[in-house]
Ligand binder design. Structure first.
Ligand code: UD1
Ligand code: CA
Length: 476
């Protein structure tokens, strides 16, 4: 690695993200950079990395699927506030140099421009910080890497140690093609100089494209030092061109994240069988069995155990709770009333389903094939088997019998069911909302309730049982 990382840089950073390319090899209608990796679009990863660099502005160059890409980024970044996000369009796409030329009107002269690609999602912010330090506001810094098979990439041509040029595969001599150090597609460059060099580009090369990489020649000619910051981690510069590459980078990302979790003390039954598509915060002594998927924002409190094959999105699970296998927890927007909360020491599943707006108190039990939606269950309430609770408020210690349901929807409106503390609902009851079951009451199995019940009352609302002794069935 060469470079001048001792030079502390104070210039503002302006990020340019190239995202105009078509992505033919994805064989998809969706623009390439809108494919998802770990629950975020590829280009969103790059924008988030720019945010981590405290970039002053981010300019995304769009072309193929420009409207879709711009809408997606506007929607996903509108909540994060401070970042200035610009779009410039490149139509037609005449090469990477032509792409960056489109950003000239929005680039300020005092910045360091960091050029990234919308399809290279896993570059780490600290790597880019080092590249920016190498640029130091007055040098051209290239992120490079050695590849055993460098074919297809631009080669770093040096004379002695000094970088002289980047030569594209199709323009390279046989001798140059043997160079294994390649340009990653990422550079940090002083804005004012970048502008003068962009103005000098031509397309007289094997591909008839305007190559951004030609600015290296101009830097050398102008006496501006060109430094290569070489890294070893190929994932950080790997682009996504095909579904196979997308899946490979997804695994690389998940592997990195699983390691981080284990380093914090989280016990993963198998780090290769964990998928986090968002953020997963874990307190001490959390254990997670195989094949679990976490989406959005999930928080697991101290000692939480998650069984195999659970899918958990946007939920806060308090200390000591156990999520048994095959449980699906689907919270709504993080931080909203629809996020799911599971109280301390609660036991959920196996095969439980918690939908948006479920709030469970401490020591609640939700058993197999129980669905809960937009409902609050207070401490110690239990619904252990085959039941539905929708739009319900359930008091402490309530026991909700097998097969019982809240009929919360009349075809037009949703209504609430209130089950006060210490109520016992028998099996196979239908509670037709709106309805309130008074505290301490008991509802006989098989009842269909349409009216409120008084506290402590036993309510039975079903056909009375009759028996005809020695009854003979009809016969032929
Ligand atoms: C480029 C580099 C090459 C480097 C390689 C690393 C040039 C000329 N060559 O290769 O040295 O080794 O990246 O992957 O820069 N794009 C546009 N508009 C265009 C062309 C491309 O926005 O007109 C975008 C693409 O969508 C992509 C990025 O720029 O995100 C890089 O383009 P790509 O064609 O993959 O790179 P190469 O030109 O092959
Ligand atoms: Ca190309």
């Amino acid at each position: 690695m060469t470079g001048n990382s001792s030079n502390t840089n104070t210039s503002p950073v302006d990020v340019v993200i190239m995202a105009a390319g078509k992505g033919t090899r994805m064989k998809s209608k969706l623009p390439k950079v809108l494919h998802q990796l770990a629950g975020r679009t590829l280009v969103q990863h790059v924008v988030d990395t720019a945010t981590a660099l405290s970039a002053r502005q981010v300019t995304v160059i769009t072309g193929h699927g420009a409207d879709e890409v711009e809408n997606a980024l506007n929607t996903s970044t509108s909540c994060s506030g401070q970042l200035v996000l610009n779009f410039v369009r490149q139509e037609p796409q005449l090469g990477t140099g032509h792409a960056v030329q489109q950003t000239v009107p929005v680039l300020r002269d005092d910045g360091i421009v960091v050029v990234l690609s919308g399809d290279v999602p896993l570059t780490q912010a600290d790597t880019l910080q080092q590249l920016i330090a190498a640029c130091a506001g007055n040098q051209l810094a290239l992120l490079t890497i050695d590849f055993a098979d460098p074919s297809g990439y631009g080669r770093i041509v040096r004379v002695g140690d000094a970088v002289q040029a980047i030569v594209e595969q199709k323009d390279a001599t046989n001798e140059q093609r043997r160079i294994t150090e390649v340009y990653s597609g990422i550079m940090a460059v002083p804005a004012a100089q970048l502008k003068t060099w962009l103005a000098r580009l031509d397309n007289k090369n094997a591909q008839g494209e305007y190559y951004l990489t030609d600015i290296v020649k101009f830097a050398v000619a102008d006496g501006v030092p060109v430094v290569a910051h070489k890294i070893a981690d190929a994932c950080q510069v790997a682009g996504v061109n095909s579904p196979v590459q997308l899946a490979e980078l997804e695994r690389a990302y998940q592997h990195r994240l699983a390691r981080q979790l284990m380093e914090q003390g989280v016990r993963l039954a198998d780090p290769a069988r964990l998928d986090v598509r968002g953020s997963l915060q874990c307190a001490q002594d959390v254990s997670i069995d195989v094949n679990c998927v976490f989406e959005g924002q999930v928080t697991l409190g101290e000692g939480v155990r998650v069984g195999a094959n659970c899918v958990i999105s946007n939920a806060t699970i308090a200390a000591g709770a156990v999520i048994h296998p095959f449980t699906h927890i689907e919270g709504g927007k993080p931080g909203s009333k629809d996020a799911v909360e599971v109280g301390a020491g609660a036991l959920i599943g196996p095969f439980a389903r918690l939908r948006p707006g479920t709030k469970l108190g401490a020591e609640v039990h939700i058993g197999n094939f129980v669905e809960v939606k937009n409902s609050t269950l207070a401490k110690g309430a239990k619904a252990n088997h085959l039941a539905y609770l929708g739009d319900a408020t359930v008091g402490e210690r309530v026991n909700y019998g097998a097969g019982s349901i809240t009929a919360n929807y009349d075809g037009a409106f949703k209504h609430r069911t209130i089950i006060e503390a210490d109520v016992h609902i028998g099996s196979n009851c239908v509670l037709i909302a709106p309805v309130t079951i008074g505290a301490g009451g008991t509802v006989g199995g098989g009842s269909t309730l349409t009216k409120d019940t008084a506290p402590l009352a036993l309510t039975v609302a079903r056909g009375r049982q009759i028996s005809i002794p020695n009854w003979k069935r009809p016969s032929k």
